[in-house]
Design a binder for this molecule. Structure first.
Ligand SMILES: [Zn+2]
Length: 688
């Protein structure tokens, strides 16, 4: 992998083998500085504003390309490779920008980008500033800016998004709107771009999980934005984003990117608990619940639904996500949940006796501003740079809710108190803490809070401190904690993730490939009015990806065809827990010759599905084309490699396929044959 720069330190291209990526040129970084006496007064600085540009390699290395400043701008002229790999020692190259003005101050800023090439051919790119201004403090950086990573329609792009951590866009073209994905939240900050089977991996591999965002706009123009610690405070502000961005060559497809990200992710502090199988306090009954129902019901109705769920699905454990156990409605009077509705504890106990799990809803992030308690809580809400508190409104019928700062100890105590009561007084065996994983970390500018103002890794640290005692308390009694999304920063704070956004044809099981065996993902949301073949295809795929199914409304119990599909899939999951609950997702089934395909329609669901009215429009319907046979390779917790496959067709299907791991050399691999009856699910143990 070889990036090329011109003598203004503009990126000309990144060549992977013979394939050029990032050919759009332009500034490698931009930065926003804020006036220390008024954070709303900001200026943007671009790399091209420098008076001089320099570059040098590791002292003594053959890559040294030092230039004396100033150079005459000669945009587009190649002056050399910034780093080399292969056949020599790993190299480090430094690009420098000198004497950059900030406002009226001349020459008070220098910048440098260090590109470290590692022995595996990957590179870590880092940006840092030397700021000598007493007026302007670094506020936010945008780096690296990789313009036109692939040309319009030229390549496939794996981008962060969706419940499964990433989506794959074939032959991606410029979109009308930029895609901005914030972190720490739903998804990892990993992307990959492929032209044929040659790929470029671009990921913020940040061990401190700092607040940042991924952005793609125009012709695959990619950048990472990072609000810095001490934003806008000269002398106190971090002089750069403090996290590197990793670029690496890839060969194959997005699975290669997932394997690379997994190798990073499982070494980080959020994964320190280790795999479920080796974790003595992980509540395993959670990862062995194959099906979830979602209810908004007071205890009497909840008990009726629970009994029906048991009657329809008597042969395996079921989970029921329970809204309205508390005295007020949904999104009202948070965090004042108590007193609970009369009969709540009795429903929970009855469920437990029936091998069911009532998962009570609570919110781990918001405080209703209409409560009298908010007068006390107001100082602990997240504060924006302009001094205003961050408040959100979720529905026309509910009052605004304030976003609470996770580093504030009074708020931490409040959460510990109400979660403790849910576990102690109600006897709950689990708890859903909404939004912690789903809503992104945001800069907070209240200097009285227990964190540096602006961005940083404190959002992670605050939630870690907040949740650790709750999590320990829950696990000590076999209870489990859950939140939403595939938010990796929560991996050690909760036991699993609900994934409720509607699926799209671009979804790929990235989070499952990265974190399988280390956590539990549940939900496979779908409109129960879908045609049964479409329902079967979607649910089978989610199951083979490792998700526990469901989060259906109780109306699904009135659809025998849908219940039959779910029952068969859930039984198959229970028979394959060594893979689907405890194992590692390795790869997809790759065919040696074409397999018949079918196109299915997924209807989408009501956009505000919490309000139970048909007045809301459906989310967009999607068409998806799948092969009649789908399958995924898993390594079980005992080290066995197995293929878990499903025939989606109404007829028998015979397919010829490649062994696991043969995708890189398909021509040299034997072809295997599998025949499946209509709708059959099969486990095939790989021959070693
Ligand atoms: Zn704060």
């Amino acid at each position: 992998m070889k990036p090329l720069f011109n003598d203004r330190n503009e990126l000309v291209e990144i060549r992977v083998g013979d394939v050029p990526f990032a050919t759009g040129g332009g500034d490698l970084w931009t930065a926003v500085f804020a006036a220390s006496n008024d954070l709303s007064h900001r200026i943007e600085v671009r790399a091209g504003d420098a008076a001089a540009f320099e570059r040098d390699g590791t002292p003594g290395s053959k890559t040294s390309l030092r230039r004396e400043a100033p150079l005459r701008p000669r945009s587009g002229h190649l002056c050399g490779k910034a780093a080399l790999n292969g056949g020599g020692a790993p190299a480090t190259t430094v690009l420098r920008w000198r004497d950059i003005p900030l406002g009226d101050e001349r020459g008070v800023l220098d910048a440098s980008v260090e590109i470290e090439t590692l022995s595996d051919g990957s590179q870590r790119w880092r940006l840092a500033f030397d700021n000598r201004s007493a007026t302007w403090g670094l506020f936010e950086t945008s780096f690296p800016r990789l313009n036109r990573v692939t040309r319009d329609g030229e390549g496939d792009a794996m981008l962060p998004g969706g419940d499964h951590g990433a989506r794959l866009y074939r032959s991606r073209r410029a979109q009308d709107k930029p895609l901005v994905v914030e972190y720490p939240a739903f998804t990892p900050m990993a992307s990959a771009f492929f032209i044929g089977e040659t790929g470029l991996y671009v990921a913020a591999e940040d061990p401190d999980a700092r607040i940042k965002s991924f952005r793609i706009e125009g012709e695959q123009c990619v950048s990472f934005s990072t609000p810095v610690e001490g934003a806008g405070r000269p002398g106190l502000a971090a002089e750069g984003p403090r996290h590197s961005v990793t670029l690496a060559p890839l060969s194959g497809d997005w699975w290669d990117a997932a394997r690379r990200y997994r190798a990073f992710a499982l070494k980080q502090k959020w994964a320190a608990r280790g795999p479920i199988r080796e974790c003595p306090d992980y509540p395993r009954r959670f990862c062995e619940i194959p099906l979830w129902i979602n209810i908004h019901a007071y205890p009497e109705e909840a008990e009726r639904i629970r009994r029906r769920v048991k009657a329809v699905f008597p042969d395996f454990p079921t989970g029921i996500h329970w809204h309205l156990w508390q005295h007020s409605g949904h999104d009202v009077n948070y965090p004042e949940y108590f007193p609970e509705q009369k009969g709540t504890a009795e429903v929970m106990a009855a469920a437990k006796a029936d091998n069911q799990e009532m998962l009570p809803y609570a919110n781990g992030r918001l405080w209703s501003v209409s409560t009298s308690g908010y007068e006390m809580a107001r100082p602990f809400a997240v504060k924006r740079a302009d001094g205003s508190r961050m408040e959100e409104t979720y529905a026309p019928t509910t009052p605004p809710l304030a976003v609470m700062c996770p580093c504030c100890e009074p708020w931490q105590r409040v959460i510990r108190r109400f979660t403790g009561r849910i576990l102690d007084e109600l006897g709950a065996g689990s708890l859903f803490l909404d939004q912690i994983g789903a809503a992104p970390g945001v800069p907070c500018f209240d200097p009285s809070h227990n964190h540096p103002v602006g961005g940083g890794g404190w959002w992670y640290d605050g939630y870690d401190r907040l949740l650790d005692p709750i999590h320990r308390k829950a696990n000590a009694r076999g209870a489990f904690l859950t939140t939403e999304g595939a938010a990796e920063f929560c991996l050690g704070m909760v036991d699993g993730y609900m994934q409720l956004t509607m699926r799209t044809p671009q979804d790929i099981p990235f989070a499952n490939a990265v974190y399988s065996g280390y956590t539990t993902f549940f939900c496979s949301p779908e409109n129960i009015d879908d045609e049964t073949p479409a329902f079967r295809a979607m649910q089978a795929r989610e199951l083979l990806w490792g998700n526990e199914l469901g989060w259906f409304l109780p109306e699904v119990l009135d659809r025998p065809d849908k219940c039959d599909v779910l029952r068969r899939l859930c039984v198959f999951r229970q028979e394959n827990l060594d893979a689907l609950a405890y194992g590692t997702l390795l790869d997809e089934l790759r065919f040696a010759e074409p397999v018949p395909e079918q196109t299915y329609k997924w209807l989408g669901r009501r956009q505000n599905f919490m309000l139970f009215t048909d007045a809301w429009a459906l989310t967009p319907s999607n068409s998806i084309t799948l092969p009649d046979v789908i399958g995924y390779w898993w390594r079980t917790d005992k080290g066995e490699t197995v293929l878990l496959a499903a025939n989606l067709a109404d007829e028998e299907r015979t397919v010829r396929y490649l062994p696991c791991g043969a995708s890189l050399r398909p021509e040299a691999s034997p072809h295997l044959t599998l025949t499946l009856a209509p709708h059959e699910l099969r486990r095939v143990v790989a021959q070693t």
